[in-house]
Structure formats: C-alpha cells, structure tokens
Design a protein around this ligand. Structure first.
Ligand SMILES: Nc1ncnc2c1ncn2[C@@H]1O[C@H](COP(=O)(O)OP(=O)(O)OP(=O)(O)O)[C@@H](O)[C@H]1O
Ligand SMILES: [Mg+2]
Length: 403
C-alpha cells in the first residue's frame, strides 16, 4: 500500500503489486483487533461490493481507522480474515495489496510540483509514461491548470485533490479514505463531497470512506455501515438506515428520532397495536424488531404534522384511517414548550401528557408559525413508525460527540 497523503513521505515501494483479481469485492470475515484487553474492532463481518462508494460511519473511537488499517495491511487482525476478489489477503504485505489510502492530513512533498507529486509513485515503480498518466488524473480532479505549482501555493481543497490524484493514479482495486475532508471548512467540505462522488463514479474504483459525519456518509455513499464500539450496528443504503433503523444507536446517531416507551397490545394483520401512556398507536409489524412485550416506538420529527387545536384534528385520539385508507396515529393534548425557527422550517418541542416531550420539524409552508404555549395535536402516517428493542438505553447514539 502506498500511504498517500500520510504525514511522512510515501514509504519506498518494493516488489510488485499483487496480481489484480478480475472480479469480486472486499470481504471482512469475523475481523477482531485487540490492543491488550481492549477490543477496538469486535467481530466485524462486511461484504463490500466492487465499484461502489461505501461509507463506514461512527463516533470517535469506535474502531473505524483500526478497521481501515487492517484492510490496508498496516495492522494485523487478532482474529478473522480479509478477502479481496476472493483472494485471502490477510497475510499480504501492505505494499503488495492493490489498496491505497488517503488520510485527513495529506502532506505532499513540498519541494515537488503538483504533477511530480502525482507522478512520484509511478516513477518509483518505473511505470512507462508516468507524466502522461499523472496529467490524466490531474484532469480528473480538475487541477491541470495548477500542475506546475508547489503544494504550498494551493488551497486546502486543492491539496486534498492532489492527495486524491496521487492515490488514484496507482489504479488501486480499493481506495481507502480516512476522514479525507476533515481539515476542510464546511463549505469546501460540501463541495469536495460532490467532487469525490463524481470522481468515484468516473473511475469506478471501490471507495471505502471513513467518517463520523452522518451528512457526509448519507450524501456520498451507496451503502453505509454504522459502527459503534467496534461492531457494525446496521448496514444498508442511506434511505433504508434512516427510514428503518434497527437499533436505538442508529435511530439517534443518524438524524433524530422520537422514541417512546410502549407495550404491544395485540396484532391485527400487518399491524401491531401498542399502548404508550394513555395513548394507543399502530405500527407495521415488519418494521418492528419484536411483536410482543416492551418496545421503543420511533417516529422521525419531520414525519409528524402539527396542528393547533381548533383545526380539523381537534379531539382526535389514537388511530384512524382517512378516506384513502391511510392509517394515522394521533396524539392530542400537546402543548408547545420550545421552538427554534430556522427559516425553512421550525423545530418544535411539544409536551404530550402521559408521553413526554415530542420533537416535530415543520416546514414553514405558509409561514403560520406556532408559539410557545399553543395547544396542538400531532399526527403521522402509521406506516412511518418503527419499533426497536424495549431494553435498549433510550439515548444510545444521541449524546456521542462527533469524532
Ligand atoms: N495502537 C493502539 N493501541 C491501543 N489502543 C488503540 C491503538 N489504536 C487504536 N486504539 C484504540 O482503539 C479504539 C479505536 O480507535 P480508532 O482509531 O480505530 O477509532 P476511530 O473510529 O477511527 O476514531 P476517530 O473518529 O476519532 O478517528 C480507540 O479507543 C483507540 O484508543
Ligand atoms: Mg479514525
């Protein structure tokens, strides 16, 4: 592996890269890494298909970098195997793996021009046409016009793109990106996220992008693996993780969730009826981790409609079906206790007797913003409700500091 963008210059390369497998992605099987008594990566099984944009998302210290370092060959697993294209690469030396890494700190060779930085690895390997190949990749990252500059004459975002070009030019099977945008300010970060997605689509390499930023993972990746304390909590396309979280950690770490303690009362076709305080509600049993006992029932804040008492919703409690057969859950008797106006939307805290505090995000469609103390009713399409294990700590993932 060539540690492109690491703090120190790239290590000398010896040998030739492993023969490139013709197909197949990356597989982690039962991967464990212990440092003394501490388990940093705890039985991770992952199947990463070739040619996609894969994100590993989780809070600081959850084991993302350790997992990446094992894929790169910089750390040897305590247990488990790593396969690339069906080949076991667990024991393969870093520089013989068709894997490159781009780190957050992308120190380039300061005394070399941009193009020479990019061509460096190729020249070391005595690759024919190093300069022409480097030029092509510079075009891809839209830096051709700055090819003769020195790194210190570039902005942070431009330097990051040079680091990326240095990795891509080696045509690795897999590109590992460890918080590569971490040093950039928010605006540049957003811009580079789009750039990275475009570049990944154009080159078609497998990107494994490590981040603690949920927006970044959601906007860039085809598949996101949410990691917590060394384990994969859930894996799937961003919409699926958001729409149907399977653990409290995922429900709270990816966006916000209202989680309400409830008890299953009964089952009726695809529906479960649950009781929470004095209210009853319905949810689809296939969006629920269990069909009986205690549950944490979840609903995303933007799925809830808020209406002042006095409108059509007044007095409606529990569950009802509208004329189109859509099933709604309703909570009546709420009072707005806090609100944050953000322009496009308003975020309300509503105290509901017997339930507690419910968060609602309302789009300011007509500008009719409510006020603290207003009495309101809440309703949402029952099909958006999800059910999680009742014994999970309700704030898991909500209070973790971003890495
Ligand atoms: N060489 C090491 N020796 C002992 N403990 C280590 C070592 N490397 C990592 N750890 C520990 O393993 C855990 C996971 O570290 P890792 O760097 O993988 O986290 P991370 O998810 O990348 O976090 P961040 O988002 O802050 O970069 C941490 O608690 C860390 O302190
Ligand atoms: Mg890390």
């Amino acid at each position: 592996m060539n540690a492109v963008g690491s703090m120190s210059p790239a290590p000398p390369e010896t040998g030739t890269p492993a023969t490139r497998p013709t197909s197949g992605g990356l597989q982690l099987r039962g991967l464990v890494k212990r440092f003394g008594d501490f388990t940093a990566v705890d039985h991770v099984d992952l199947e990463i298909p070739p040619g996609g944009f894969f994100a590993l998302l989780g809070p600081s210290g959850c084991g993302k970098t350790t997992a990446l370092r094992m894929i790169a060959g910089l750390e040897f697993p305590t247990e488990g195997r790593i396969f690339l294209g069906g080949q076991d690469i667990t024991g393969v030396k870093p520089h013989r793996r068709p894997v490159n890494t781009v780190f957050q700190s992308y120190a380039l060779f300061p005394h070399m021009s941009v193009i020479d930085n990019v061509a460096f690895g190729l020249r070391r390997r005595k690759v024919h046409d190093a300069r022409a190949k480097a030029s092509q990749v510079l075009e891809l990252v839209e830096l051709s016009h700055l090819a003769d500059r020195r790194p210190q004459q570039l902005s942070g975002g431009q330097q990051q793109r040079v680091a990326l070009a240095r990795a891509i030019v080696n045509e690795p099977e897999v590109l590992l990106l460890d918080e590569p945008l971490g040093a950039l300010d928010m605006k540049l970060r957003r811009q580079m996220q789009l750039e990275l997605s475009r570049i990944q689509r154009e080159v078609g390499l497998t990107f494994i992008h490590v981040t603690h930023d949920q927006d970044e993972a959601m906007t860039m990746a085809d598949i996101v693996a949410v990691m917590n304390e060394g384990r994969i909590e859930q894996l799937g396309p961003p919409e699926e993780l958001y729409d149907q979280p399977e653990t409290v950690f995922v429900a709270n770490f990816l966006g916000k969730s209202n989680l309400i303690e409830a008890e299953v009362l009964g089952e009726d076709g695809p529906w479960l009826t649950i009781a929470a305080g004095s209210a009853q509600a319905r949810l689809l049993s296939d969006r629920c981790v269990s069909r009986q006992g205690r549950l944490l029932v979840g609903i995303r804040p933007e799925k809830i409609a808020i209406a002042p008492v006095g409108s059509d919703d007044e007095g409606r409690h529990g569950t009802f079906a509208d004329r189109d057969g859509e099933v709604w859950n309703t909570l009546a008797g709420g009072v707005v206790s806090a609100m944050t106006y953000t322009g496009v939307s308003t975020e309300y805290q509503v105290e509901v007797p017997g339930i507690g505090s419910v968060e609602v995000f309302a789009q300011n469609l007509a500008g009719d913003v409510l006020a603290i103390g207003d009495r309101v009713s809440l309703r949402w399409r029952a099909k958006y409700t999800f059910g999680l294990a009742g014994d999970e700590p309700i704030s898991a993932g909500a209070e973790v500091e971003p890495g």
